[in-house]
Ligand binder design. Structure first.
Ligand code: FAD
Ligand code: NAD
Length: 468
């Protein structure tokens, strides 16, 4: 029987919309189904984009206050117009939503608004309040339904005083105090936004390190920098409960000695990870399986147990990152087109947009040690960079880990100014197998932050750093 579409993508986050665009470019009749009225998913609407807008605005404010006087820039009465601060981030989101509408039209992708639910492996029903259900059929489907914030026992997110990143991106007034449960990526990014603009922020982290999934030296340095910026950070502390007290939140935790402590704040932001979202998808009407963490099970080609249904992004295994979802979207469209390619998950860069930024790709030092892999280590501080001194960005370092025999780059880890952009060079070096000695020989513009990487490669390749 003739199908309505070649491919239907359920969910319009970065994984879903990129998959739809690539499929359409390859000549497939494609539709995308999104339950909200705007396209873009978590990343565009309540994730990457608004958080980066607030991080940039708060960074500008902080720089005027704290770097300005040292540089002879004197400004009186500098303050935050909180309503405008939030409104501007929403405007940036709107521009991105409009960009996506344009891309869907340009690529002739049909957009359905409503929640998609499988009837069987070739049909879904789309439901939207006060509208008649629509049923559409397709040869292939991609599940791209993303994730939702997770919580911990004793902490009920009420979106009033006990909030998630979604509410924290849209507060009406600047809080005087905020407690953040979790010192992972959301924890340190939102702590930066609020602390820079004047909120007294306390982070309570369960493990003994901030951003514990990254190379541990990065977390140590970030702890120093954020503490210096005035954020109170409690490591090895376990939250027991968070209660809404009307005008404030009361958080109870066990400190490093196992003693019960309490802290009150205007808001408690819960940032303890996110969980895959498959509610209402009708997976029981298909052979698609979930694992013990509720993630859709896929094989190396991102195919589920139903050969014509694929899945990607936050709803499957792997890091919950927008670019990971995007790469998977392209991989699925090309696999359907008969050109499968695999993704090297180890090299997907992780970036944290604090200031200084943090970024890593490849093996961490802990992973190399654990696997018994011998490595050379080249560590170089931003303090020794002329560019960093010129912009008063001397915190941090780069660390490159390379194979002693062939000089292959095994891992690149950076905490420092523009780490988010610098990491691309490390990813290219690893993907293209460029050696540390080659990386130490090529020309780097002076003065740039990238020169810090050159010195690190000079160290691992045995030639010795020039600038230290
Ligand atoms: P999502 O973006 O979650 O999109 C899924 C979409 O599916 C949603 O729009 C949802 O409404 C829709 N949907 C769900 N069920 C149905 C259904 N049944 N029918 C129709 N539609 C449905 N990552 C980065 O790489 N860089 C960052 O800087 C970054 N910052 C972040 C900041 C915050 C505060 C948060 C919360 C996340 C951030 N992330 C960042 C993570 C990033 O947002 C996610 O990894 C990414 O959005 C995952 O993309 P996705 O396509 O898998 O799903
Ligand atoms: P995360 O996994 O990065 O961090 C969660 C933190 O909470 C961990 O450090 C964990 O040890 C801690 N934690 C867990 N239970 C705790 C408890 N009981 N008490 C105290 N601490 C506890 O998760 P997140 O920060 O919520 O972010 C969710 C996802 O969103 C991440 O996977 C991340 O990749 C993605 N994200 C990415 C970016 C980015 O790329 N810049 C930004 C924001 C979010």
């Amino acid at each position: 029987m003739e199908k309505d579409f070649d491919l239907v993508v359920i969910g319009s986050g970065p994984g879903g919309y990129v998959a739809a665009i690539r499929a359409s470019q390859l000549g497939y009749k494609t539709a995308i189904v999104e339950k909200y009225n705007v396209l873009g998913g978590t990343c565009t609407n309540v994730g990457c984009i608004p958080s980066k807008a607030l991080l940039d605005s708060s960074e500008n404010y902080y720089a005027i206050l704290h770097k300005g006087p040292k540089q002879g820039i004197l400004a009186d009465n500098v303050r935050i117009d909180f309503e405008k601060f939030i409104a501007r981030s929403k405007d940036v989101v709107k521009q991105n939503n409009e960009g996506l509408n344009f891309l869907m039209k340009k690529n002739k992708i049909q957009v359905f608004t409503g929640a998609g639910s499988f009837i069987d492996n070739s049909k879904i029903v789309i439901r939207k309040d006060q509208e008649e259900d629509k049923t559409i059929s397709a040869k292939y489907f991609i599940i791209a339904t993303g994730s939702k914030p997770a919580s911990i026992p004793g902490v009920d997110i009420d979106k009033d005083r006990i909030i998630t990143s979604t509410e924290a991106l849209s507060l009406k007034t600047q809080p005087a105090t905020m407690v953040i449960i979790g010192g992972g990526v959301i924890g340190v990014e939102m702590a930066s936004v609020y602390s820079r603009t004047g909120t007294k922020v306390t982070i309570i982290e369960y493990t003994d390190s901030l951003i514990p999934t990254m190379d541990r030296e990065l977390g140590k340095e970030l702890l120093k920098v954020l503490s210096k910026q005035g954020i109170e950070i409690l490591l090895s502390s376990k939250v027991q409960s968070a209660k809404n007290q009307g005008n404030s939140a009361l958080v109870t935790y066990l400190d490093t000695a196992g003693k019960e402590q309490q802290v009150t704040a205007d808001y408690c932001l819960v940032a303890v990870g996110r969980k895959p979202y498959t509610t209402g998808l009708g997976l029981e009407n298909t052979k698609v399986k979930l694992d013990d963490k509720g993630r859709v099970v896929v094989n190396d080609q991102l195919r589920t147990e139903e050969p014509n249904i694929y899945a990607l992004g936050d709803v499957i295994r792997g890091p919950m990152l927008a670019h990971k979802a995007e790469d998977e979207g392209v991989a699925i469209a090309e696999t359907i087109n008969g050109h499968p390619h695999t993704i090297n998950y180890l090299r997907i860069p992780s970036v944290v947009y604090t200031w200084p930024e943090v970024a890593g790709s490849g093996y961490t030092e802990e992973q190399l040690k654990e696997a018994g892999i011998v490595y050379n280590k080249g560590k170089f501080p931003f303090l020794a960079s002329g560019r960093a001194r010129a912009s008063d960005d001397m915190d941090g370092f780069v660390k490159v880990l390379t194979d002693p025999k062939y000089g292959e780059v095994l891992g690149v880890h950076i905490i420092g100014a523009r780490a988010a952009d610098l990491i691309a060079q490390g990813v290219i070096a690893m993907e293209c197998e460029i050696t540390d000695s080659e990386l130490g020989k090529i020309s780097y513009a002076h003065p740039t932050f990238s020169e810090v990487l050159k010195d690190a490669y000079l160290i691992t390749s045995g030639r010795g750093a020039i600038n230290i």
